[in-house]
Write a protein that binds this ligand. Structure first.
Ligand SMILES: [Ca+2]
Length: 494
């Protein structure tokens, strides 16, 4: 099965507006990304996930798509995308792009056609009720001539594609997901996939993958829809990679995804172990919370599920929707975190800027980012140039994060930086077969965690005492002699 080839993937997420501006208009673009492919490759990554670069009004950072088949002019052209693919592939880097499968933007031409008063071939492509006066949950009216309300997925400007309903409470306008008319949405999305895969894209990160069919509490209908689409697209593009924004590997992998993100959700190990704080579930385990039971159980379940279904968990340093990991962890903790990210099974994803310890800051919203805006700040390439090498003398798209004084340049010069730590970890993972094996044994005693990976064992000491261990040290989160100090991780070989 081709899925095996994904076990060596290590991915880097880029928010295109904020990586590098190649034409001095203050906004990052595809040519900027092309010019930094060597930087990404030299860190050891062999895949890039790009947030949306489709033509968009940018009322939700590009997750509101005007044209699924074009590049937004702010990022460049389709020719730039072709060149990005060519240059990435020459360096052994896969390009994974975002698939916004659930909705479009209000100015998408097919939505506008479905919004017309006359019945036409796009009428059933989006969800509409039959009465503009009958507004309900997620139903909006008053903007278009069609006699009805359109349903939105999230924001008012994100009309939902009509993949149908599972439980029907309004038979006069809700279609079953088995209704032939709902195939139009599936076929539309298949066309989007074919368009980009035929241009050389290597796969998709699917936005809100679990929310296609409405009133589908157990997600069985959404799973059926994905299976239907995968049966077709996998026949044509068997090597394509699909990772879901679902955060439920049991369902996502059953639906046919290759990998499923572990997101920063309150009810999973990732949150409890690293990101929980007084605003959510109290302090995180790494910061002293003693409730390890839930964390370890959830961890075992998710890794077991991935192994059982021959798929992967996609583990993240962060993403464009979450606060940055450096907001939660100090330097020592970050090193423990990255050791786990790169030695546990699955596919590690690192968000641009995390390698230099960028933090999320409170700033006013832009382009529908709201509180996420402060995560999406421009990359800090150096300290010599006025705009840190991100753009020339143009006003940068967003301000720079100046929570610390790190830049890519300064981190590259400092052998002890997180940047070099991550580079060493990608190298370790590349040359250590055990670390890409799907199996992990997880045990714990007195806040010392053991992750057995074949002949290798990752030991994480979260207790307050130094811990005696045996085995040859392969990698460690910091220098020590003898026992493993508190707040330290070590990878040993038995
Ligand atoms: Ca630009």
């Amino acid at each position: 099965m081709s899925r095996r080839s994904f076990r060596n993937m290590m991915a880097y997420e880029i928010y295109p507006t904020s990586f590098l501006d190649s034409n001095n208009d203050g906004t990052g673009d595809l040519r900027g990304i092309i010019s930094k492919l060597d930087y990404i490759k030299d860190m050891g990554f062999n895949a890039v996930w790009l947030n949306p670069f489709y033509r968009s009004p940018f009322k939700d950072g590009g997750y509101d798509v005007e044209d699924f088949f074009d590049v937004d002019p702010r990022f460049g052209t389709l020719q730039d995308f072709d060149e990005l693919i060519k240059e990435a592939h020459e360096r052994g880097i896969r390009i994974i792009i975002d698939l916004v499968a659930g909705h479009s933007a209000l100015n998408n031409k097919d939505f506008l056609k479905s919004a017309r008063a006359d019945k036409n071939e796009k009428s059933d492509l989006f969800i509409w009720n039959d009465n503009p006066w009958d507004k309900g949950s997620n139903l909006l009216a008053g903007m278009f001539d069609r006699h009805g309300c359109y349903m939105v997925n999230f924001f008012a400007h994100q009309p939902a594609f009509n993949y149908g309903f599972k439980d029907i409470d309004h038979p006069e306008w809700q279609m079953s997901y088995k209704d032939k008319r709902t195939l139009a949405a599936r076929n539309y999305m298949l066309e989007v996939m074919r368009f980009w895969l035929s241009k050389g894209a290597d796969g998709f990160r699917v936005d809100m993958a679990d929310s296609l069919v409405k009133n589908d509490e157990d997600k069985s209908a959404t799973i059926e829809v994905w299976k239907w689409m995968f049966r077709r697209i996998r026949k044509e593009y068997p090597e394509a990679f699909f990772v879901s924004e679902w955060s439920n590997p049991q369902r996502s992998l059953e639906a046919g995804f290759d990998a499923d993100f572990v997101l920063d959700h309150w009810d999973n190990f990732y949150h409890r172990l690293f990101r929980s704080d007084e605003n959510t579930r109290g302090k995180s385990v790494i910061n002293g919370n003693n409730d390890l039971g839930f964390t370890l159980k959830d961890m075992r379940e998710r890794f077991n599920e991935a192994e059982k279904q021959n798929g992967y968990l996609a583990l993240i340093s962060g993403n464009h929707d979450s606060w940055r990991i450096a907001n939660y962890l100090n330097d020592e903790q970050l090193r423990i975190f990255y050791m786990m990210l790169f030695t546990l099974p699955g596919i590690p994803f690192v968000l641009y800027g995390d390698e230099i310890g960028m933090k999320t800051v409170h700033i006013p919203s832009k382009d529908g980012g709201y509180q996420r805006t402060g995560t999406r700040l421009p990359m800090i390439w150096n300290d010599e140039e006025p705009n840190h090498g991100f753009t020339g003398d143009a006003e940068p798209y967003l301000p720079f994060c100046r929570e610390n004084d790190m830049s890519v340049d300064s981190c590259m010069k400092d052998e002890n930086s997180i940047y070099h730590f991550i580079c060493r970890l990608t190298e370790l993972r590349r040359k250590t077969r055990d670390l890409t094996d799907p199996h992990v044994e997880i045990t714990e005693k007195d806040r010392v965690l053991y992750f057995t990976r074949g002949r290798h064992v990752l030991i994480v000491n979260l207790s307050r005492k130094a811990y005696e261990f045996e085995g040859r040290v392969v990698f460690r989160s910091r220098e020590f002699k003898g026992k493993l100090p508190p707040q330290t991780a070590v990878l040993i070989k038995k």
